[in-house]
Design a protein around this ligand. Structure first.
Ligand code: AVJ
Length: 368
């Protein structure tokens, strides 16, 4: 647990940052206990980022979630990473879409299809696929989904600029919730869900299964998912991709501490931490850390806490799991999908795997 605040720093009188307060309602009176409804609870004690930082820095080993890497600065640094010589995944996947996109698109000739984009990231690949679908004669609607309204607006505007006249139906929501909404308001269109860029790599094996099962549940039989997997390869190539010579990846990782300083009144001195990325051959994960180079105590005002670091103590920040072809097959198998096609770049460093949702009729066992 974090220690008490320094005596020299009195508690601020301001309340902790909280989520928007829902309407007040008095709890149902049931004598000796109350059933509290969500609307009975005025506020959550901490916002999501603050709560996650408090929890993670209280763990041993300490950790911070990679989902918070992508504030405005972090997103900018990631766009820079995508242009780096050492960061091969973006180039490999662009090559795959360029070479094999038309074959994917041909499956949807004459079909009304929603191109559903989970985490647009590099809009360029999505634009290529949309062009290819239109060229194949698919009746395509673009459906980007993002939890951030700002990010969604940017994605919609970029696409509208590139493909004037393209129907766009953006959804601001969590991915799975948005997909449930989309299929519940079914307009008879086939959904082709994009989960590109090796974003699945941030999940461990169990989390990846959970996420894909949730996707499967939310989708209709006959819908498709196109997922980008970074493949296992020469370890030196992996290490270089996460330890680039210009230090952009280091700055991207370090930005987490910057973000805590900016948003939570943190007092991290970035010169006292270093970026470290390593590969675990056994789990197949690139692992990223921020390592404290000396013994130090860091206050985070908003959390009313000090965090102690020993010399060379790490904070875990990110996993990027790498896959074997057999891992991809077993993942599809165990989550209810049939692999329609797996496409590779010429070096076979990366794969985009196209999966079809298979659901059996209850009682019958007939695959759709
Ligand atoms: C955006 C999660 C696919 O794990 O390769 C790049 C993020 N981290 N360099 C990845 C990242 C360090 C990237 N993903």
């Amino acid at each position: 647990m974090p220690s008490k605040p320094l005596p020299s720093k009195p508690l601020p009188s301001k309340p902790l940052p909280s989520n928007p307060s829902p309407a007040k309602a008095s709890p149902a009176k049931l004598g000796i206990y109350h059933v509290l409804l969500p609307t009975d609870i005025p506020t959550l004690p901490l916002n999501e980022f603050a709560g996650s930082v408090l929890e993670g820095l209280s763990e041993r080993p300490k950790r911070l979630s990679s989902r918070y890497l992508y504030d405005d600065r972090g997103s900018g640094l990631f766009r820079q990473i995508m242009t780096l010589e050492e960061y091969y995944p973006t180039r490999c996947e662009a090559e795959i879409i360029e070479a094999h996109g038309p074959a994917i698109a041909a499956r949807f000739a004459g079909t009304p299809v929603n191109l559903v984009d989970l985490g647009a990231g590099d809009g360029a690949k999505t634009v290529r696929l949309l062009h290819q679908l239109q060229a194949a004669g698919a009746d395509v609607t673009y459906v980007p989904i993002d939890i951030s309204e700002q990010a969604l607006r940017t994605a919609c505007e970029t696409l509208a600029g590139e493909l004037p006249g393209l129907p766009v139906k953006g959804l601001v929501a969590e991915y799975i919730a948005a997909l449930h909404w989309l299929t519940a308001n079914d307009d008879g269109r086939v959904n082709l869900v994009l989960f590109l860029g090796s974003n699945i790599g941030n999940f461990n094996r169990a989390q990846a299964r959970t996420f894909l099962r949730q996707l499967w549940s939310a989708l209709n039989p006959g819908d498709y998912v196109l997922t980008g997997f970074d493949l296992k390869k020469d370890i030196d190539l992996l290490l270089a991709a996460y330890n680039d010579a210009k230090g952009v990846t280091a700055a991207f990782n370090m930005n987490l501490l910057n973000r805590i300083n900016r948003e939570l009144g943190g007092h991290f001195d970035l010169d006292k931490f270093r970026h470290y990325s390593t590969y675990d051959v056994f789990t197949g994960a690139m692992e990223s850390y921020l390592v404290s180079m000396e013994k130090q105590t860091v206050a985070i005002d908003t959390l009313h806490s000090n965090f102690h670091f020993d010399a060379w103590e790490p904070i875990h920040t990110e996993y990027s799991y790498k896959y074997l072809e057999s891992d991809i097959r077993s993942l599809a198998d165990s989550t209810g999908f049939a692999i329609a096609d797996t496409l590779h770049d010429s070096k076979r460093w990366f794969a985009d795997s196209l999966w079809r949702v298979v659901k059996t009729i209850s009682g019958g066992g007939v695959a759709l």
